[in-house]
Write a protein that binds this ligand. Structure first.
Ligand code: FES
Length: 403
């Protein structure tokens, strides 16, 4: 049992007998219940309304939003609904101590994930970043947290899967190199970028999955390649959704997309998404395919004329460049990691935003694939540097390629 002092009896009385406190990643309310002092979760499990505004009577607290009632000793819901967690409390003299050092339940993790989604929907970058950190601190796995961000991007972006999906997937791969704290910080930046870019975006309507008749004559790869070649974004999304639903493997789908999407940032993002869990793959891959075909329709190429490109078109191009640099043998001409550094440095100045940061992280990921110790050291420095200094430190990567 790890008791920690959270408030004094005087503070509890001054708050009217219901006092909100934070212990590590947990938000609680300390409640005066007659002779006793209790502690339960602060957020109502219904819609997360804060219970410090609730009414306390006869050993129970009532949520002011929709009236769910909870027993203060056990946390059990006395109306129809989910339970709260109740914590062990001890009063020593004037000090209230609470033991909140307990593993999170699945319900707690789901609630924390919902509150993250709420921050994304509200378009509040710093809140989204804090909520990712809290979710991870509660014990959610990095892969689940990253998958949640990728799925949100896939279900809300109307131009295909974007930069953040690649970075979120990369964070999972990078965790063993940059440590849990580093990974948590990077994923927080990804969440901020998603909130910023998709602020108040309505959920997109996914294409209906195609049936196997759509590819039975030409075969999977040729049918997909044809859809990409013709820039048929919706058709491509529908085909991929149908193929995955009918048991076609992810690798086969990626091979089908590759011939006409070579060098596309969308392809690089799709490959990253494919490394995540199965649910995320099924949500994300069709959307990535939509983006690949849409790119083809817009005739954006592999690093198109950097000199004339505006920042918006430069961002995806840079991502294409750096992710391809880190990528596997899909026939892409693989540039060295220093090309990735140059591409990222080009956008670092004009794009000091969360999104620009996401791109720089992708660049860093590419550089991490280098065998050169100096590059790896510089990238690690970059990843562990405070955010506003990162754009400067990125430029401290070696200026010339190894011999
Ligand atoms: S939010 Fe508490 S009852 Fe609805």
């Amino acid at each position: 049992m790890a008791l920690a002092g959270v408030c004094t009896l005087a503070e509890l009385a001054a708050s009217g007998g219901v006092h909100p406190v934070t212990i590590g990643p947990r938000e609680l309310v300390v409640v005066r219940d007659g002779e006793h002092v209790r502690a339960v979760d602060r957020r109502c499990p219904h819609e997360s309304f804060p219970l410090d505004l609730g009414r306390v009577e006869r050993g129970a607290i009532t949520c002011p939003a929709h009236g769910w009632r909870f027993d203060l000793r056990s946390g059990s819901c006395l109306t129809l609904g989910h339970d709260l967690r109740a914590y062990d409390v001890e009063v020593r003299g004037e000090v209230v101590l609470v033991d909140a050092d307990v593993p999170a339940t699945r319900q707690e993790l789901d609630l924390a994930a919902e509150s993250l989604l709420g921050a994304l929907e509200l378009g509040r970058p710093s809140l989204a970043a804090r909520r990712v950190v809290r979710l991870l601190a509660l014990g959610e796995t990095l892969a689940n947290a990253a998958g949640l961000l990728v799925r949100y991007g896939a279900t809300h972006a109307d131009v295909g899967l974007d930069v953040e999906a690649a970075v979120a997937a990369d964070v999972v791969a990078l965790a063993s190199v940059i440590g849990d704290a580093g990974a948590s910080a990077v994923l927080a930046d990804v969440a901020a970028a998603v909130a910023e870019r998709l602020a108040r975006a309505a959920p997109r309507v996914p294409a209906d999955p195609a049936t196997p008749f759509a590819w039975h004559e030409e075969g999977v790869e040729a049918t997909l390649a044809s859809a990409v070649r013709h820039g048929d974004a919706e058709g491509c999304e529908s085909l991929v959704a149908g193929m995955l639903a009918h048991g076609v493997g992810v690798v086969v789908v990626l091979h089908g997309l590759a011939p006409w999407a070579r060098g596309s940032w969308g392809l690089a993002v799709a490959r990253r998404a494919a490394a995540l869990d199965e649910v995320t793959v099924r949500v994300a891959l069709p959307v990535a395919a939509f983006g690949i075909a849409a790119e083809r329709a817009r005739r954006t190429g592999y690093l198109p004329g950097l000199a004339e490109a505006d920042v918006e078109s430069l961002l995806p191009a840079a991502v294409a460049f750096v992710t391809a640099a880190a990528a596997e043998p899909l026939g892409v001409v693989v540039p060295g990691p220093f090309d990735a550094e140059i591409a990222a440095a080009l956008i670092a100045g004009p794009a000091e935003t969360s999104r620009g940061l996401a791109v720089c992280l992708a660049a860093a990921r590419a550089a991490l694939c280098s065998d050169d110790v100096d590059v790896r050291r510089a990238v690690l420095r970059f990843l562990t540097t405070r955010r506003r200094e990162r754009f400067v430190s990125l430029r401290s990567l070696p200026a010339s390629p190894p011999g």
